[in-house]
Structures are given as C-alpha cells and as structure tokens.
Design a protein around this ligand. Sequence first.
Ligand code: PAF
Length: 275
Amino acid sequence: MRVLETIEELRTFRESLGAQSVGLVPTMGALHKGHLSLIGESTHHNAHTIVSIFVNPTQFGQNEDLSTYPRTLEQDLALCENLGVSAVFAPNVAQMYPSDDEITILPPKMMGYVLEGFDRPTHFAGVLQVVLKLFMLAQPHRAYFGKKDAQQVLIVRKMVEDLHLPLEIVVCPIVRDDDGLALSSRNVYLSPQERESALCIPRTIYAIESAIAKGVYEVSALEHLARENLTGVHIFYAYFCDRALAPITHIRQNESLFLLAVRVGRTRLLDNLWC
Ligand code: PAF
C-alpha cells in the first residue's frame, strides 16, 4: 500500500493506474467499522481503492471540534493495509489549501442551509470544497459515502449531478455498535453515562422503523413517537422529509427520510432512517 502525502504523489499514482477501475473513500480518519464497510465495498467493486484521510478545516465552524477531532493515522494506515487498499492519501492542510482566497462552490440554497446547514451554515460549502478537490485529484469511477451523514451524501450526489462529474456516488448502510448506536468518530467523546443516554437515539430509530412497517405513515403520529422516545437529550431536529429534504406529511416508501440530530453532553450525534 502506498502512503501519499502530496498532490504530486497522488497525481503520479493515479496516472499509473490508467483505465483500471478506482474507488475513492473520502474520510477524516479515526477509522471505525463504518469506514471499513465503505472500504470493503470499494475493494470488492474496483481494481484499486484510494482512501483519503484529511481532517478538513473548512467544514468546521468556529466553535467546533477541529483541534480535538480524533487523529489516529498509524492505526488507520494499518487498517487500510489489511483491507487491501492500494493507496492512502493523507495530505497536510497546506497541500489541500495552498491559497487563503480560494474559489469555492456553494451548496444548494435549500438543501445546504437546513438541518445541519442551519446550525452549521458554512459546513456544506467546506465539505463540497474538499470533496470536489478529492474527486478532481483521485479521478475515481466510484466514491463511497455512508447513509449516516444523509444530508451530506444527498448534497454531494447533487453536486455530481449538477456539475456533470463523471463518477458514481455509492451510498452504503449505517453500521451500528452492538448497543445500536450508529458508529461515528465522535462517539469517543461520550462518557459511559452519556453513551447510555445516547441509546434513546437507536431506540427511536427502531421504534419509527417498526411503526412504519406496521403501516403508520402519518408523520404527525411518527413525530409524536419520536419525541416520546427521545428523553434526556437535547433535540436539534427530528424531521421527516423527502430525498430533496422538503418536509412531508406522509411516508412514501423508499422516498422518505427521518433525520435526527441531538446533543448528548457536549456531543452532537446524528442518526437517520431511509424509509
Ligand atoms: O464524512 C466525512 O468524513 C467528511 O465530511 C468528508 C466527506 C471526508 C469530507 O471531509
């Protein structure tokens, strides 16, 4: 496995692969089983997999956890090597952002500024900035994202469609710990007590899922169920919408989403159901 730290090294490596299929798994490191499942999907379907590991400063707000975000590069490299990754791209900030006055693209007006984008108004512009750079550099045939960050994947998919980028976005299932909590690099911030409180999140997801399976499609009833289950946490949003993030009154199967963001202690946690 190659470890590439500069843009030049990534370009040369990418050129050496020629027309062979390439999958890209963009990450901010601190890899967990959720990331590993994306990497597994990519290695299964592509001749080569490139994993990027870059804690992207432009997607963090001023009072967010950029400086404390977990960084576990040595461990991440070992995991990637075990999974048959061809190259890890782990640049520093100066490599990715040589100018402090860069051209950026804006997320869509509605999808980019509701929910996560409402509480974190610069977040998705930062995500798109780095993801577009990674796409241009790695030139993947496919890029792999988790359903866990639903709004992110929908906005990235829209960027690919709107800018006619020649790659496929592959959306992979949420991976959960044994206690049901969706895997996230930020789960390490939770104390044992906070983790216990956070378990109302998967309980809510399962409750909504089973109500829908029993034929409860009315959003007002499902919202009531969500609020009954979400106890002891601060709710940022518990929102039913379609895949363009517009609000809905009834679930339409395979077209709807339930998006949830809560704060437990000082940690913001996301979960969702593609229903
Ligand atoms: O989902 C993430 O880890 C990040 O937002 C991403 C896509 C790697 C961009 O920095």
